[in-house]
Design a protein around this ligand. Structure first.
Ligand SMILES: *Cc1c(COP(=O)(O)O)cnc(C)c1O
Length: 390
């Protein structure tokens, strides 16, 4: 059976050159970068080389780069770190309704501790209005955290505009760039951000390693206390193979960026076209301001899980924002925030293309998808309603 992976927003396979780069750091160059002997310094040198690559990729200084265990930790460290450091200055944080759980849950945790959180509404495309950010600001506002691009619907947020605003108000701006790194320009100075999160496994690097960019002078407390690693901003012995792999993945993402984007856009647009031929479906997110690899649709009168499992049976791997798959009773908070009804949200599908996606993969998907949807609509009680309007 053909295998077609269309879930690159969930994770990506490591680039073979990333695997190669990491290899010798498991058992051969196993030193602790904090050790002063040769094997330790060899590891230290590798970590610092990776740091320079990351810094160059976002126009930052190497001293502004902190290695973490991934996107979730970077988001937690940024938000809690600023909240705790600026407790005396204020307790108000502005975010949006469509952030990743790593941001939303962190804000909710702080809310229980007495912080005030404003969750901004978005428009029907999922875009945050910079004027809303401005209106929400008070003299107690210490941080704005808005994602660069949404992981479910692919919408790109106006971070540059929000950056200018935050600078003028002297309020820190954090952006979760986990989905956008490698696909959009993540130059921290152009974006005007003070903190930015990325995660290696979303751009062909290893899982369990990420970066938090912290602009020089930003007041922030560490999440982890212990040794003095990462300039006292993140204790714990470095994940050396992971960091080396992340560095290589960053280098490849920058070198291949134009080429990757061009391919992704073509493949994404072909994926969107498949649904144009299927009745009672529509595209979620913005038609242009969207990630080059994201297609998110509603397929009315069918359950997302049923589609996902039936597609998996024929080797096609996709994601859904419907309730069961989210592990809660509620469907995706992102779809609800852009005004999709509960009922329609259950029929959401996300197909994200990547480096290894081929035209043949999409030929096969175009052949299987309409059949799977038709079969499910015939079977399901919701389908009956659908048929009446067909
Ligand atoms: C995947 C993802 C995260 C979490 O990153 P991990 O490295 O898996 O912890 C955070 N934010 C966004 C937007 C993501 O897509």
């Amino acid at each position: 059976m053909r295998k077609v992976y269309l879930d690159y927003a969930a994770t990506t396979p490591m680039h073979p050159q990333v695997v190669d780069a990491m290899q010798s750091f498991f058992a051969e160059h196993y030193g602790n970068p904090s050790s002063l002997h040769s094997i330790g310094q060899y590891a230290e040198d590798a970590v610092e080389k990776a740091r320079v690559k990351v810094a160059n990729a976002m126009d930052a200084d190497p001293a502004e780069i902190i290695f973490t265990s991934g996107g979730t930790e970077s988001d937690n460290a940024a938000i809690k770190g600023v909240a705790y450091a600026l407790q005396k200055k204020g307790n108000h944080i502005i975010t949006s309704r469509i952030e990743h759980h790593a941001v939303l849950e962190t804000c909710q945790f702080l809310q229980k501790q007495g912080y005030e959180i404003t969750y901004l509404e978005v428009d029907k495309y999922g875009i945050v209005d910079p004027d809303d950010v401005k209106r929400a600001m008070t003299d107690k506002t210490i941080l704005v955290t808005i994602m660069h691009a949404n992981n479910e619907i692919g919408t790109i947020e106006p971070i540059e505009e929000i950056g200018v605003l935050c600078q003028s108000k002297d309020v820190y701006l954090h952006t979760d760039a986990v989905q956008s790194f490698g696909s959009l320009d993540t130059d921290v100075n152009k974006l005007g951000v003070d903190l930015l999160s990325i995660s290696a496994h979303k751009f062909y690097g290893p899982k369990g390693v990420g970066v938090l960019y912290i602009r020089k002078g930003t007041r922030i407390l560490p999440l982890l206390h212990g040794g003095g690693q990462e300039n006292n901003k993140r204790a714990s012995t470095h994940n050396v193979p992971g960091i080396v792999g992340l560095g290589k993945a960053v280098e490849l993402a920058i070198a291949e960026r134009e080429e990757r984007i061009k391919r992704y856009v073509k493949l994404r647009d072909r994926t969107i076209k498949i649904f144009e031929g299927i009745e009672h479906t529509w595209l979620n997110g913005h038609p242009e301001k969207r990630l080059p690899n994201n297609c998110n649709v509603i397929v009315q009168y069918v359950e997302g899980e049923s589609m996902l499992l039936k597609l998996d049976n024929v080797g096609i791997e996709v994601a859904t924002g419907s309730a069961c798959s989210s592990g809660s009773l509620e469907p995706s908070h992102v779809l609800l925030a852009i005004g999709i009804s509960h009922e329609d949200s259950h029929g959401s599908l996300r197909l994200t293309v990547g480096r290894l996606t081929t035209d043949q993969d999409l030929d096969y998907t175009a052949e299987q998808l309409p059949r799977v949807i038709e079969e499910l609509r015939k079977m399901s009680p919701m389908g009956k309603r659908g048929q009446a309007t067909f």
